[in-house]
Design a protein around this ligand. Sequence first.
Ligand SMILES: Nc1nc2c(ncn2[C@@H]2O[C@H](COP(=O)(O)OP(=O)(O)OP(=O)(O)O)[C@@H](O)[C@H]2O)c(=O)[nH]1
Ligand SMILES: [Mg+2]
Length: 315
Amino acid sequence: MRLVDGVLAGDRRALARLATHVENDSDIGRAGLAALYPHSGQAHVIGLTGPPGAGKSSLLNRLIATFRDRNRSVAVVAIDPSSPLSGGATLGDRIRMLERQQDPDVFIRSMASRGRSGGLAPATAGVVHLLDAAGFDLVVVETVGVGQEQIDVSHLVDTLTLVQTPGTGDGVQLLKAGLMEFADIFAVNKADQPGAADLLRGLRSMLHYSMGPDGEWSPAIVRCSAKTGEGIVELADQIEAHLAFLRKSGQREQRRRQIARAEIADQVNAAIRRKLDNQSTGHDQTEHLIEQVAQRHLAPHQAVECLFSLLNLGD
Ligand SMILES: Nc1nc2c(ncn2[C@@H]2O[C@H](COP(=O)(O)OP(=O)(O)OP(=O)(O)O)[C@@H](O)[C@H]2O)c(=O)[nH]1
Ligand SMILES: [Mg+2]
């Protein structure tokens, strides 16, 4: 396929066009992904997540510069919430980041989350594979979120970086959201503002209590400021150190299997939904089954069995 050859040859316009096909889940997108997937698996995939306005895009802008200095190519997938959460201030940072597109070794792609509860656009994984196959050294996924979204993105990446800022609590909410165990690196951004020391202390003591066994990665905490540039080199170092750890410990393969498992489960879900939506009678029959379960005529698992046999998915 011409687009596939273009992507492999480093043609960025072909890459952008195929990414649109993947996003739309078109036949061309599916065929392209199937052809390119065997070429993926080389990139270091990084999640950059945190509350709205924490400075993710600003940090990323700085990180891109640092990684380019190290001669690494960088692709970004920025997931935009369907409804803007943090106002106009962010636009300037997004535009500054886009200016980097002049550099052929930087590629930035925005995707709408389309309101899916997971916060991730359904095609995010596909676009990540595409960018990986296109040969970028690093693929960064920026997502807004404070809870489940971050756990979702952790199923997609090698390294998860959680951005926190002073004055947004002491980290207890992270603990509540069960996020401590998912983050590999904590970036305490806006360290130029008051309260950074308290946040650092809070995070350190919490990590101390949630320390894993020996031989595990102990999450790094990096004090940084996208405004002044403090800590950016250390953040880049920690991101690289985490990959080195994954490789050395053999956990990279383990992560890849987790990612493959999560993606297949996601696709199974999506495929069943698609099948239900496509079947002219599917919808009515689903509604009927829901009613049967609500009325206690069928147990939920029996309804699923009926559904599967309706869809010819039975075992
Ligand atoms: N003082 C200070 N302000 C910062 C810092 N980093 C980012 N900002 C400002 O914080 C605001 C939000 O920054 P963004 O980089 O857009 O944050 P974001 O997390 O990408 O925001 P969303 O993508 O909308 O969730 C902007 O006005 C930035 O200029 C920092 O280290 N210090
Ligand atoms: Mg942003």
